[in-house]
Design a protein. Structure first.
Length: 179
């Protein structure tokens, strides 16, 4: 009897471990649902998740392409509660190895989220509200939306996706959603 119960527990544990990658994956959506992009995104992994203020965060985007890509740009826009607060542009070849061959590849973007977003906040009532809510680390904890557009010469959008991420409290990783 004990053996059957133990085997059942082990089987349930094994099955639950199979679903672990799906629980850690970040949901994303294409900017244009009908868009026929050259680059198809397969998944996004954010580490740590939630992002911890002052610590490096890695955004890894697994994707595939049906045509070789020699270079281009990655344009990253960040919004907080619908307000655009930050934009940065990086050469595509800094985010992955170029040229990108036909098939699967990974874009990795490492970012330190300290006071960069806070300093770039819109200069209006929103900025005042952001300053009021800001912590000692000069970064507001909470949910952000990141929009990434990949472009190259001759192709205005290789792909365009958006996804949400959270910035948590200190080293504990406590986030607003935990409160």
């Amino acid at each position: 009897m004990d053996t059957v119960a133990t085997q059942l527990k082990l089987a349930l544990l094994a099955i639950s471990l199979l679903f672990l990658p799906f629980l850690q994956a970040t949901d994303f959506k294409y900017c244009d649902n009908g868009g026929n992009y050259v680059v198809k995104v397969n998944g996004i992994d954010i580490s740590p998740n939630p992002v911890v203020s002052g610590k490096p965060a890695t955004f890894s985007i697994s994707a595939s392409t049906g045509q070789a890509i020699s270079g281009g740009k990655a344009v990253i826009d960040v919004s907080y509660f619908g307000f655009h607060i930050h934009q940065e542009t990086h050469p595509l070849c800094e985010e992955t190895s170029c040229p990108i061959a036909v098939g699967n590849f990974v874009l990795s973007h490492i970012k330190f989220y300290l006071d960069l977003l806070h300093r770039r906040a819109p200069r209006c009532r929103t900025r005042k509200a952001l300053q009021t809510l800001s912590s000692e680390a000069h970064l507001i904890r909470g949910s952000y939306t990141l929009r990434m557009t990949l472009t190259s010469d001759g192709i205005p959008q290789l792909t365009c996706i958006s996804f949400d991420f959270k910035i948590g409290f200190g080293a504990s990783g406590f986030s607003i959603s935990d409160a």
